[in-house]
Every structure is written in structure tokens, then in C-alpha cells.
Write a protein that binds this ligand. Sequence first.
Ligand SMILES: [Zn+2]
Length: 599
Amino acid sequence: MSKKGLQQKIMYTLSTGLLACTFAFTPVVATPVAHANSGTLNTIAQIFGAGAQIKAQYDAVKSQMIAWSNNVAEQEKIVQETVNANGLDNNLEHNERVTRVLNQLIENGNYVLKPNQLPFRWRVVNSEEWNASCYPNDYIVVNSKLVEDLQNDDALAMVMSHEMIHGLHQHVANDSAKQVLYKYGAALLTMKADYIQSVLGGFIANYVTVKNTTNVSEGDADESGFYLLTSAGFNPGGAPVEAIHMVNLGDSRDVISDFFAPKNHPASATRFKRLEKQMEEYGYNHAKVKNGTNVYIDDKILLVAHESRQLKDWEKAYLIAGGISKGIHDNKHFMDWNFNDATQDFLTDDKAYVELKEAIRSQNLYNTFQEMIRNSYNLDTTNSDNIKTKNKLIKEEEKRNSKLEKQREEIIQDKNYSKKNYNKHFEEYNKLGLRKLALKEAQKSYDLEPDYISAGNLARAYYSFNVDYERAHGEDNFDSSIAQKSIDYSLEALSKAPEDDKKWLIGNLAYYYYQAKDVVNAEKTANEYAQKYPNYARSQALLGSVAHLKGNDKDAVQKFAAAVSKGYVIDDNNEIPQSLVERIKNTTVTTDEFYSQNE
Ligand SMILES: [Zn+2]
């Protein structure tokens, strides 16, 4: 089969089966292809004895999946489908929490969204199943049950960052390409088209509901998700707290005994152990939780956590230990903790320290705690084991950060490709009326290089905000500072554009003046535009807009009618004032009327 034929088959399976990485349900036993590396591909190639062909198929499946994921309309479709299937969670607080947490991760987190990836979108839907999932097109769907269960934002953030990593690392594309090839391999080359459709469709459906990703990807989503979580400023204790919820969704006492003697949930228990270790290592192994509720610093007990109205004692313990880990990680020296003996305060007002500070205050541990922290910093400069551990962990963190830095450089180096994607996303989101997403993508393109296209797109993005606003609140209602941004970016675009492309830009600029109610400049620019392009329908419409702005609606109707006779279409998306639409329609001569008047 040709590469194109194979791609068409794959596209079919993609449109019939929804692919998502879910959170809670992961395969306990790794599949033979779980260990993702080139060795695996060689193994597959050996099985089917067709090395180059298999590699070509793998590339075709993967690139097709990534192309599918990079499509705004498909993303919107999945948003609608999941919402229609379950209904939105009506609890506004749930939606606000998820949005607050995701925005903090997206805005403050250290991660790289590739240019061929869409910005994250999300919905909270009604479902009693404790789960969340991320579609390959960066749409995260969160079930109401999960939000209800995770009362702490840091724990909720761990689920969200785990899902973001599935999207960021393109796990579905990588894993499903391997799975499809492993299962069908060279057979794909000889199967009949309709047969392959049903086989692959069934395979994908099964893959979605049972084995969404490989264990390796799940491990990556947890591990990298933890670093994303902490880089965004969340309490690292949120990670083990979330994992305990997952180990046992029932009584918390069972949770504690369960993860110390894991029997029924080996996968979840393993995930908990890993995340707990990551939390400890984040603070260079000084702070630990033992027996579920006892918080230790450097193997000496600091306190026993107590439950509060909102949080269980074990949740508190991990958030307290997590706060200490964050404090040690983020502050190079003991002095940076700002212990204030007069107020008995320390560190900052960061939300991540709330549980720690509350426990120290309520248990009267200020002096003890200060000495223990002083000792931790002393150990890191005097004890050889501590020095070694800290150096190793810092090196690992630097390595992770430089890897991300390298990815950022690649986006800059591959500037044309990156900008092409951002501009495409801008157009598609703008078409859907998703203005904020459109603006963000236009801004990314402009930030990479402020050329006339991206400056022009930014002007359009801001203009659209005001058009929407006027549509909702009536004509003449607009934000003048946003209108000014449209004008400024438009002038910048005009100053950079080649002569051929100025046509659109001058027309747009006149509309931006018009929107800003700047009569003098609107008229001046509209006349300049109409003189340059007299036969262009839009130039007549523009003159109509200016006449309307000057209060001369009779003239406006005539100009708009002239524009319509030149092919300008009256619809919801152009600049014709709603109040004039009927009069323009009555004034416009149709082609039929033209002949009946002349014969
Ligand atoms: Zn997952």
C-alpha cells in the first residue's frame, strides 16, 4: 500500500475512535511494546521481517495522528462531543477550581508546547467515575467526581499536570502508532480497505477504553507531571496526596494501611511511592512523612498532623512536608526563610505554605522548627552524604531544564514552521469565535518575529473582541484601549508590508479607526482606500461605514448597496450596522431586477 493509502486508512480509524490518555486506569502489565525506543521498532521489524516498511508505517501512523491533533475544528468537535455525552458539571465552583489550577500550570509552569500542538482547553463534565483524560489535541476532560473528591488544589493540580504531560509529550501518537504496528505490522500492507477499517476501528476503540497508554507513558506523565506541578508553584505534597486518593477511593484509614501493604492496587501503590520519593527529593530528602501522619525533618519528628474540616490528617501531613520541601528547594540559604521571631512568621504568603504555617502555629513549634531548618542547611554544607545527594539532585534538575531550553531554541530556529502553525491556529480559533485563544496564538507568532502578518493578525484579534462586545451590548459599546491596540498593530503592519499586501491592511485600518469612533482618520483612510481600489466592494462598504459614523445614514445605505452590488455579502460577520441592514437590502438592485428594469 502507498503511504498515502495507509494514511487514509489511519485517518478513518481516528475519526471513528476517540483517543485519550486517562488518569486512573492504567495497564498493570506492560505490553511488549511498552518500552518506547528504537530498539522496540527494531523488534517489531524483526517480527515482520520488513524493517524499512515497518518504520515507514510507524512514521505514517504517528505523523497522521499528530496532524489530526493539530486541528482546531477537531478539538472543538471533541469538546462538544464530550459535553453532549455527559453534560457539563453545573457546579460552578468545580469549573472555577479546575480553571484556576490549569491556568496556574499553563501560565507559570516550565514546559514546552510545540508549534504543532494546540493550546490546552478543558471542561468539567458530569460523571461518577473518578477520572480525567487528555485527548491528543490537548483537550482535557475532567469528571465531576474527581474534582469533588480532591478538595485540595495541589492534589487536583497533580491530575491536571499529569494530563498536560500526556498532551505535551504526544503520548497517544507515540503509543498508538507502536500498538497499531505491533498488532498488525506488515499485515496492514495486504489487508483489504474495508477490513482494515473495521479491524483498526475495533482496535482503537478497545485501546481507548482499556489500555490508553503504555506504562512507560503513565510513568512519564507522573514523573514529568510532578516537575510541571512544582515549577508552577504548587505544593509538591499535592502529588502523593493525589496518589493516595487514587490508591483507595474509599475510607482514608484503608488507604494508609493499603499503601503500606499494597495488595490490590500494585500500580497505584507504585505510583504513590514514586511520587512520594519525588516530593522528598524536591527538598533534598530533608522532609518526610512516616506512618501516614508523622512529619519528620532529617529523621527527627517535627509533628503529627491533625485532620481539619476540609482535609484528612494524612493529606495535611503530606502538604506540610511538601511545604518544607518547597521552602528548602526554593531558598538557597537559611537566611532566605526570613524567620521573624517577633511575628513568628517565615517564608512568604504563598498558598503552598498555608498548611505548614498553620501547623507550626497551632502546635507552637516555631522555635523547634526554625532550629530544625537551620540544621538542614548546615547538613547540606557539612555532611558529605547530604552534599553528594544535593549536588546530584541539582544536576538532574539542571539537565531537565536545559532539555526544555533546547526545545525552546528549536522553536526559534524553526521560526517559519512555528509561525506557520501559530498563524493557522489564529485563523481557525478566530473563525470559531474563540477570541482569547486566537489572540494567544497571534501573540506567539508576533513574539517569535513581529512581521506584518502577525502584527496584522494581532490587530484583527483585538478588533474581534470589540466586534463581539458591540454585538452583545449594542453598537457604540466598545473598549477604547483595545480599539487603540488594533490601530497601533495595524499601523505597524502597514509600515512593514510589501505593496501588494497593503490593500487589506489599509482597509482594516480604516475599520479600526471607525470602531474607535475616530471620524477624521476613519474618513481619511477610507478615502485613501477607495481611491486606490475603487472597484473593490469593500472600499464602498468602508465609505458606507464612515458615512454612518458621520450620521449620514442615507449616504451610508447607498454606499453599502453599491458594495453589495459589487459582491459584498451581508451577513453576521461584516461591518454593516444592524440598524441599516433592511434599508440596504431594499436599496440594492439584484441582477434579476437589473434585467427586468432594462427589458
Ligand atoms: Zn495517564
